[in-house]
Design a binder for this molecule. Structure first.
Ligand code: ADP
Ligand code: MG
Length: 590
């Protein structure tokens, strides 16, 4: 028999609709927080019981709701926020459909308690099974408290889809964190099972909030990003590649300060870190996007979690470029230069002093202990070692150790940094060679006596092809008889004359390589950097290590060598604390 078509009971319609907006405690929290923020709250408290299933309560000090309007607030499509339909289009009215409270009221026991201004009484209204009771007088300060109890208690099908209490709580806290980060200007408190677990004081400084919530160590490792492109804007923070995580949990994307998920933006983040983080490691970032209303559709998802950017490739390039600029070596070098531990004290090279290589491994009377140089941020001048007037405190603090003649250990911030000396020097030489190719004058060190180098006829051919290239690197070589070269000067960055070994390799390599001229030059560049770089097994003096590291942070990409191998490993204080079990229990298990 054919089923008759019947209108569904009102209650059922509401519950179906509710399912769209309210999936779980985390989505309840999202709706309540947005209402509180819309009401201009400066303090918001979240109370939980049973992972938010038993009770989820949000209290704020916002403008409150009038007595007469309490009943309206929980009716479907009643909202104070859209007066005209065209508002729905705009980002300014991101998702105001007057549905949330009504939806919540149909799947829980909902109570609203609110007070407008001082002097008036507070009023309370309870809705059970979608049926509002009477509005009764109550007591509280200005603001609103919305309590949602026994979520889906009378909708077993939906209740079944909830995870365990702790699973739901995790998701609640994730939403909580997103809003905390989006609104540092609001004080947030968390009460779980009747106990205050955390309080985050309002601040105008986003970094401060990041520090309070995700740890001071991480916040110190974050740099500002900003960018703008035709109706699209980005601001925010992203982590330097020194700090990375095994998952994407610390990536927060906001549109108009509301958390969203977007694959293109996530991809742009990955892309920006592609060359500086090894696979499986993820950066932390907070991206605040602002897009002109016509350029984004916010109504593609009922809870506004996803949006559709009209110009998604513009968003992509805006994000990846803004991050790229912020984390590139130059900016980082300047940042490190600001730190006392990296400020190497002492006097600057006098003007007119003979420019020396940035990493000066020249033999001869080496710098004595206590000799330091100042790390001049942004300065393109080669660095020089001069005698320091006095050992400064900052200088004493910056210590360098060599482990196994291969790794340099030092401190940056509150963490331990381990640098691979070969990879680091390779990156420096490579970047410098590139700068030379871009027109920077090469720095050479003349050899006291020219060294002659016997080579084969084919190597001679290779040399003829590579000669100007070698000159850009800082070599000065001339032909000296049939199969002999005279080497008069070598790049300043090389440690010493190695008997022609690296030069020979360079020529051989360029011969072996197939491909066109420019490809062979690229290859030669990498080979040069690799062969010329200080090797594992070579002893470095403290000053040499210090220079190497300061120089490294002047390069474009201090984290990976030209072959993509990592240069730096950083073990933060929080990691050390974790390993020594000094860490305080985290919120959830506390
Ligand atoms: P919407 O937020 O889309 O308007 P809701 O169902 O979430 O719909 O809320 C309905 C109305 O209730 C809001 O328009 C607002 O006027 C009022 N309201 C809800 N929560 C608060 C609050 N915390 N403070 C002040 N007013 C509130
Ligand atoms: Mg709302």
């Amino acid at each position: 028999m054919q089923a008759r078509i019947e209108a569904l009971p009102r209650e059922t319609v509401d519950r179906i609709a509710a399912g769209e907006v309210v999936e779980r405690p985390a989505s309840v929290l999202k709706e309540l927080l947005e209402n509180s923020l819309d009401a201009g709250a400066t303090r918001i408290t979240l109370e939980l019981a049973g992972g938010g299933i038993e009770l989820l309560r949000v209290s704020d000090d916002g403008h409150g709701i009038d007595r007469e309007e309490l009943a309206l607030a929980v009716r479907r499509h009643c909202t104070s926020k859209i007066r005209e339909l065209r508002d729905i289009e705009g980002v300014g009215t991101f998702g105001f459909r007057g549905e949330a409270l009504a939806a919540l009221a149909s799947v829980s026991i909902l109570e609203i308690l609110s007070r407008r201004e001082k002097g008036e009484s507070a009023w309370s209204l309870e809705v059970r099974d979608g049926k509002p009771g009477d509005t009764v007088p109550a007591a509280r300060e200005r603001g609103t408290t919305v309590s949602v109890r026994d979520l889906f208690g009378r909708v077993p099908v939906r209740r079944k889809f909830l995870k365990t209490e702790s699973g739901e709580k995790r998701q609640v806290l994730r939403v909580w964190e997103q809003y905390l980060l989006a609104h540092p200007e609001v004080t947030f408190a968390l009460v779980d099972e009747g106990v205050e677990k955390a309080r985050y004081t309002a601040t105008v400084d986003l970094k401060q909030r990041v520090g309070d919530l995700l740890g001071a160590e991480l916040s110190r490792q974050m740099v500002d990003i900003s960018g703008e492109e035709e109706g699209h804007r980005i601001e925010g923070l992203c982590s330097l590649p020194l700090t990375s995580r095994g998952n994407r949990n610390h990536q927060f994307i906001f549109l108009g300060r509301r958390p969203i998920q977007d694959d293109r933006v996530s991809h742009a983040i990955r892309q920006a870190y592609r060359d500086v983080l090894p696979p499986g490691r993820f950066p932390s970032c907070l991206l605040f996007l602002e897009v002109e209303p016509g350029l984004v559709d916010v109504n593609v998802h009922p809870t506004k979690r996803e949006v559709r950017f009209r110009e998604s490739s513009r968003i992509h390039s805006l994000v990846s470029h803004a991050i790229g600029r912020a984390i590139s070596g130059g900016a980082l070098g300047r940042r490190l230069a600001d730190r006392p531990e990296m400020q190497l004290g002492g006097q600057r090279a006098e003007s007119g002093a003979k420019p020396q290589s940035n990493i000066d491994f020249k033999p001869g009377p080496g710098p004595r202990p206590g000799m330091v140089r100042e790390y001049q941020s942004g300065s393109r001048e080669p660095l020089d070692i001069r005698e320091a007037p006095a050992e400064t405190e900052a200088n004493r603090e910056a210590e360098f150790w060599q482990l196994d003649r291969t790794f340099i250990l030092t401190r940056i911030g509150e963490g331990l940094v381990i640098v691979d000396q070969h990879n680091a020097h390779e990156r420096i030489l490579y970047d410098r060679a590139l700068a030379n190719l871009d027109g920077r004058a090469p720095e050479s060190q003349s050899l006291l006596f020219p060294h002659s180098l016997e080579i084969s006829p084919s190597e001679m051919e290779a040399w003829r092809e590579l000669d100007d290239f070698l000159e850009t690197l800082g070599y000065r070589i001339s032909e000296f008889g049939e199969n002999t070269l005279a080497v008069e000067a070598i790049p300043a960055g090389l440690r010493r004359w190695d008997g022609g070994e690296s030069l020979r390799e360079l020529l051989a390599d360029s011969l072996a390589e197939k491909g066109g001229r420019s490809e062979r030059r690229d290859r030669a560049l990498a080979t040069y950097a690799c062969k010329a770089a200080v090797k594992a097994g070579q002893i470095l003096r403290a000053e040499e290590m210090r220079r190497l590291i300061a120089e490294l942070f002047e390069t474009r990409s201090p984290y990976t060598c030209p072959h993509g191998r990592p240069i730096i490993i950083r073990i933060g204080r929080d990691e050390l604390e974790k390993r020594f079990h000094r860490i305080v229990p985290d919120r959830e298990d506390a």
